[in-house]
Design a protein around this ligand. Structure first.
Ligand SMILES: *Cc1c(COP(=O)(O)O)cnc(C)c1O
Length: 386
């Protein structure tokens, strides 16, 4: 068996990427003006069924703008998950607002039961505002992450958000292509159900533009405002008149050229991800004490990341990662809890139980869209021997 390196989640650029990027270079449209930016925005908006989409430099900047558009200020609090990538939470701090760390459930996404309990027991709801009794802060928004391409329980979360007048920012950076196939939100894509949503096209995401992001919403006015803010808030382009503090967050034509080519193959990638997921799952679920984490029922997931869970023995995590590394296979533990990270020392948390449990027990195994069935077998050989 070959011993070639198998990466965890690497770019796959075998379609029209080079052709479109070459065209961008040859026509010298490489910066934020240029036809591919709008084409890419339209392609994403059509794909997820929103009136428009607003490109950004990355998912982090898309989340930053999203929170600002929800009216979050330095006086407010934002409910965020503790088990996720830190870029889901940092934008709250860019604004100067206070994060409140919430637990996950077995979907690895935000636990709606604890979310409601927090609102009921830790807050007062008066004059249409949810006020954290401990800090006096207005809990104005929450960031809901669709972890690893799973869908958070949006029916429950939207009910709670409505009841307590909390804005919902969907961090769908890992979940482009995931949508409901049943229920109240049947046919709706992750990122388009809450008030506003963000995608990422970082190198490890399901499609990549090198670095890039996108803001979507059902609310076209909000998206127009997003575009204004991401393009330096120009009120009068010709005369350099600006009416707000704007940002230089727009995607470049070079990156958008990659994005257009990647959109053409997104559905193929999702299919490959599903096939490899099922291949892993068939074998690993037979091994006592191990399983591959399921995705929610009633959705079409993009299967972005695969999670192997050590059900009992938490010492297995690091040992498996080391064994895979010896075989030239990249894997990783799930993220360290954000509420345990140095910049968030002393942050407000609420009943964190499942997140620390999963943190000790999850290993993410290779899931690139160019991963072959033989390579999955190579990973499985190491796991079986282990
Ligand atoms: C990737 C990611 C982001 C940030 O996206 P970038 O494009 O890397 O800035 C934010 N949140 C989560 C959950 C992510 O996985």
């Amino acid at each position: 068996m070959s011993n070639d390196f198998i990466g965890l989640s690497v770019p796959n650029l075998k379609g029209n990427e080079l052709k479109y990027v070459t065209e961008a270079v040859e026509t010298e449209w490489v910066s934020t003006a240029g036809p591919y930016v709008e084409k890419f925005e339209q392609a994403v908006a059509e794909y997820v069924h929103t009136p428009m989409a607003v490109s950004c430099q990355n998912g982090t900047s898309a989340l930053h703008i999203s929170l600002m558009l929800m009216g979050v200020t330095r006086e407010d609090a934002v409910i965020v998950p503790t088990l996720t990538f830190i870029a889901a939470v940092n934008p709250t701090k860019y604004i100067g607002a206070e994060p409140i760390f919430m637990d996950c459930d077995d979907s690895l996404c935000m636990d709606p039961i604890k979310l409601e309990k927090f609102c009921q027991t830790e807050c007062d709801f008066k004059d249409g505002k949810l006020i954290d009794k401990k800090t006096g802060r207005h809990v104005k928004a929450m960031v809901v992450v669709h972890v690893f391409g799973n869908m958070a329980d949006m029916e429950s979360i939207m009910d709670i958000a409505k009841k307590y007048n909390i804005k919902v920012v969907e961090d769908a950076t890992e979940a482009l292509g995931t949508y409901y196939t049943q229920g109240r939100y049947k046919g709706m894509y992750a990122g388009t159900i809450g008030d506003i949503g963000a995608y990422s096209f970082n190198g490890n995401k399901i499609i990549t533009t090198g670095g890039g992001g996108m803001i979507v919403s059902q609310n076209e006015e909000l998206l127009k405002h997003a575009k204004h803010l991401t393009t330096q808030a120009k009120a009068d382009v010709q005369n350099f008149i600006h009416d707000e503090i704007g940002y230089n967050y727009r995607l470049t034509n070079l990156a958008a050229a990659l994005g257009m080519a990647q959109m053409e193959v997104l559905e193929d990638y999702i299919q490959t991800k599903a096939e490899n997921y099922n291949h892993y799952k068939e074998v690993i679920d037979q091994i006592p004490g191990l399983h591959v984490q399921d995705f929610r029922e009633g959705i079409r997931t993009n299967h972005w990341f695969y999670s192997v869970v050590f059900e009992n023995d938490e010492s297995g995590r690091d040992k498996l990662i080391a064994a895979l590394k010896e075989n030239n296979i990249q894997s990783r533990p799930i993220w360290g809890l954000i509420s345990d990270q140095l910049p968030y020392e002393g942050a407000r948390t609420f009943e964190l139980e499942k997140a620390p449990w999963y943190w000790k027990r999850v290993v993410n195994v290779p899931c690139s869209t160019n991963l072959t069935s033989d390579e999955v077998d190579r990973v499985l050989e190491v796991i079986k021997k282990f």
